[in-house]
Write a protein that binds this ligand. Structure first.
Ligand SMILES: Cc1ncc(COP(=O)(O)O)c(C=O)c1O
Length: 461
């Protein structure tokens, strides 16, 4: 018990310490490796020694719950969700059967219904997954089953399927297509406009090309909140094209799904009710600790078709209520009850709490965007729809602007007070801070800009 209390005390400190200045220690792999002196001891070490490891772990971990963490599409955590992790581990169960996880099954079904209601599907279904990448894979698998159900028994039979993504889609879709044997050459990257949105006319041209080449148009993947810009594809327009050619429409809303909560941002996802499947990560803007991710499908039978076996495995699905066994709509066998984190947090925030969170993050992004627009050395590199703010440092005196911005970001991270992402937009290096959690305030953003100015000045000398 003392060990438990000591452990929890340190974790509590980590959670409740506010405004930690240094969010990342500047230490390289070899030094860190040495510092830790990691062992797998043949005999137990003392509790104190374990606690010492914990102290070091906390010290050297990036403080992703602090305002200076502006790097990723996630950050911070809700207390109920952290406690939910403890509950999940303490009641250690697997989501495959109602027998094994009765209460978590009821909760998961209810949370999925809540999300599909918000989408406007009424009915619908889904599952919790190991992340948005997995959700995108499920979307493509459902698409193949829709366009060629025979593949389940006979394989692809030499058919060539093509999928359409945008040049700004997340890389997980390419990986999913590789896993499925679609072939990289059959991933068609549709051009985007200057705001990073898929050009619908070009999409239609590509589909016609596919048909002229006797290939099968299998899936159009739209993105609701792209990784770098945070912009949204024209879902409604894309849906019309999908309907016209009878193609599965998957929406990668891993990042932007949360926009549905606020009536100020719902318009971004206009047409979401018309798509066939969606991946949506509550572990991103909704701030649940990784992993908490959903795959949602308008017609659950499509998911069941790809995720269940011809014959139920006799060792698993034999409970009296096996109609409620969620293992039949999941690629996973053993699966954590990640839904608990979503449920507990929803109880304590209410639906209005999600809306406030989204609106706050959007307000902060707008504040940062204004600073960038008014700054003589900052150039906004993309229009902004969500909470990603893409910019770079510019000055007439700098010859290699890309190199300069790469170095600037390196120094920023090395200084330890802020982390922002470095990315490329149309081949140009940019900085991409993102507002993913509400510990970030206006003063955080003012501080970030001052830090960037100081580093830029020192690099210019
Ligand atoms: C648009 C988009 N889709 C999918 C993913 C993958 O999500 P995950 O990291 O949960 O696998 C990301 C990750 O950032 C993303 O930005």
């Amino acid at each position: 018990m003392k060990f438990f209390d000591d452990f929890v005390k340190l974790i509590k400190e980590h959670i409740f310490t506010k405004d930690t200045k240094i969010i990342r220690q500047n230490i390289d792999f070899n030094k860190l490796n040495k510092e830790f002196e990691l062992t797998t001891p043949p005999t137990p070490i003392s509790d104190e020694e374990v606690i010492n490891y914990l102290k070091k772990y906390l010290n050297y971990s990036v403080k992703t719950n602090q305002p200076g963490f502006l790097q990723s599409l996630w950050g911070g955590s809700h207390i109920p969700a952290i406690l939910g992790e403890l509950l999940i581990a303490s009641t250690n169960t697997s989501m495959y059967t109602f027998d094994t996880a009765p209460v978590a099954t009821v909760i998961e079904k209810s949370m999925i219904s809540k999300l599909t209601d918000l989408i406007g599907w009424g009915k619908g279904g889904g599952t919790f997954t190991s992340g948005g990448s997995n959700g995108n894979l499920l979307g493509l698998l459902c698409a193949r089953n829709y366009s060629f159900p025979e593949y389940i028994k006979k394989g692809n039979l030499g058919k060539e399927f093509q999928i359409y993504i945008s040049s700004e889609s997340h890389y997980s879709i390419e990986n999913a297509a590789k896993i499925m044997g679609i072939g990289i050459e059959n991933i068609i990257k549709v051009n985007c406009d200057k705001n990073g949105k898929m050009k619908v006319q070009d999409l239609e041209k590509e589909i016609k090309n596919t048909l002229n080449n006797s290939k099968i148009p299998m899936c159009v993947v739209a993105t609701g909140g792209t990784t770098i810009r945070g912009n949204f594809d024209p879902i409604n327009e894309i849906s019309k094209v999908c309907k016209k050619y009878d193609i599965w429409h998957h929406l990668d809303a891993a990042w932007g799904g949360a926009a549905l909560f606020s009536n100020k941002s719902q318009y971004l996802l206009d047409g979401i009710d018309k798509v066939d499947s969606i991946c949506w990560d509550p572990h991103k803007l909704m701030g649940l600790p990784l992993i908490c991710s959903t795959f949602l499908v308008k017609n659950l039978s499509n998911l069941r078709a790809i995720a269940s076996c011809e014959k139920d495995p006799s060792y698993l699905f034999h409970g009296k209520e096996n109609n409620f066994d969620l293992g039949k709509t999941s690629l996973a066998c053993g699966r954590r009850a990640d839904v608990i984190k979503l449920w507990l947090t929803w109880l304590t925030l209410g639906t209005e709490g999600w809306a406030k969170r989204v609106e706050y993050c959007l307000d902060m992004a707008s504040y940062l965007e204004q600073i960038v627009k008014q700054h003589k050395n900052l150039e906004l590199m993309s229009s902004r729809e969500f909470t990603n703010v893409c910019f770079r440092w510019v000055s007439k005196e700098i010859n290699e602007i890309d190199e300069f911005n790469i170095e600037l970001r390196q120094k920023l991270v090395a200084n330890g007070e802020y982390m922002v992402s470095l990315a490329q937009l149309e081949g140009v290096q940019i900085l991409r801070p993102v507002i993913a959690h509400p510990t970030i305030t206006k003063s955080t953003l003012d501080g970030l800009i001052i830090e960037i100015e100081t580093i830029a000045k020192s690099l210019s000398k």
